[in-house]
Design a protein around this ligand. Structure first.
Ligand SMILES: NC(=O)c1ccc[n+]([C@@H]2O[C@H](COP(=O)([O-])OP(=O)(O)OC[C@H]3O[C@@H](n4cnc5c(N)ncnc54)[C@H](O)[C@@H]3O)[C@@H](O)[C@H]2O)c1
Length: 313
């Protein structure tokens, strides 16, 4: 990779999110997707026809070479194994969230990247939404005084397919990690206690044990309190918003709101990939690190213990 050349990126897993990256990254100057690993042959044929090099397995990609980095967008339960193998091949990794299902997965992925001396960035794209970047600067600059309350909502239009949900770790991990990372990144505080309450199961609940809606409550390390609301059937579309209250000011940001949010999301994916490329060129890492990825999974793990305790009552 020459200093001015785009990073030649392989996408590992061309499903819903892998293809979203593919579309979004056509707008990047710093990253060029040149290869895809995807086990489904019909998807490979379609992508080969667009000029991409395609492979059925990661081993085939590694053997062929010719890429500078890999973006992992395969199902979550495969992330740690893929990260380990990509790191062993000496390639830097941008891994979709969450980087594994359990804290030990996140820790192992982090260790594998460190041992191999390669960059590992976790795909927490909220860190690249300009409205949230400004909010963070204002928080750090003292606009809000002492932060007392932060509330985050993530309400999706539709739940993902049951086949996805069964491998995703469930709503508290799959959706919750975005909010946990966002809270940590914005406030600089850790989530200590995390409590969770699910909506009551309905008779037609599509995936047993994976609630459709959850309310979470967390105590942060510097004393603020956080609430997180996760839901999967919101008639206004996919929406994310946040409210902050401190001793000196208040803010509300509806940063993803239905159709209007798609552009914000795609722009953040490009900015995230460009920041990854900048790290490969020697700039400090601006995206979430392996350790950040682990902290988000740990918070989700606490929430899941709380859900299990509620279920056993
Ligand atoms: N950042 C976000 O906002 C966001 C949004 C959606 C999904 N995700 C994450 O992206 C990941 C993928 O989710 P998705 O919705 O695209 O799932 P998906 O099931 O639609 O796609 C996964 C793809 O990976 C392929 N695959 C399976 N095994 C593979 C292997 N060994 N090597 C390479 N590819 C393999 C599958 O054939 C499929 O095409 C998950 O970890 C999910 O949490 C992130």
């Amino acid at each position: 990779m020459g200093n001015g050349d785009p990073v030649r990126l392989a996408i590992v897993g061309a499903g819903r999110m892998g293809r979203t990256h593919l579309r979004a990254l056509s707008g990047s100057r710093d990253v060029q997707v040149t290869a895809v690993v995807e086990p489904v042959s019909a998807v490979r044929d379609e992508l080969t026809a667009t000029g991409l090099r395609t492979y059925a397995t990661l081993d085939e990609l590694i053997e062929a070479g010719g890429v500078d980095a890999a973006l992992v967008a395969a199902p979550t339960d495969l992330h740690v194994d893929l990260v380990r193998r990509i790191a062993a091949a000496g390639l830097p990794i941008l891994c979709e969230k969450p980087c594994g299902l359990r804290p030990e997965d996140g820790a192992e992925a982090m260790r594998a990247a460190e041992d191999a001396g390669v960059v590992l960035q976790i795909g927490y794209w909220r860190r690249f939404v300009p409205e949230l970047v400004r909010l963070r600067e204002q928080l750090m600059g003292g606009r809000f005084g002492d932060l007392s309350l932060i509330s985050c909502w993530q309400w999706d239009a539709q739940p993902p397919a049951p086949s996805f949900r069964r491998r995703s770790g469930g709503l508290v991990l799959d959706m919750g990690v975005h909010e946990f990372d966002q809270i940590r990144w914005l406030t600089g505080q850790e989530l200590e206690e995390v409590h969770a309450l699910p909506a009551a199961a309905t008779s037609d609940e599509p995936v047993a044990g994976d609630p459709e809606s959850v309310a979470l409550l967390a105590r942060l390390s510097a004393g603020a309190v956080a609430t997180v609301s996760l839901g999967r059937r919101f008639p206004h579309g996919d929406c994310c918003w946040i409210e902050l209250m401190g001793t000196a000011d208040y803010a509300r940001s509806l940063f993803i709101w239905g159709e209007d949010g798609i552009g914000v999301f795609h722009d953040a994916l490009v900015a995230q990939a460009d920041a990854f490329a900048a790290t490969l060129r020697g700039e400090p890492q601006r995206g979430a690190t392996g350790d950040d990825g682990l902290r988000a999974i740990e918070a989700a793990d606490r929430a899941m213990h709380s859900l299990a305790a509620v279920a056993s009552r």
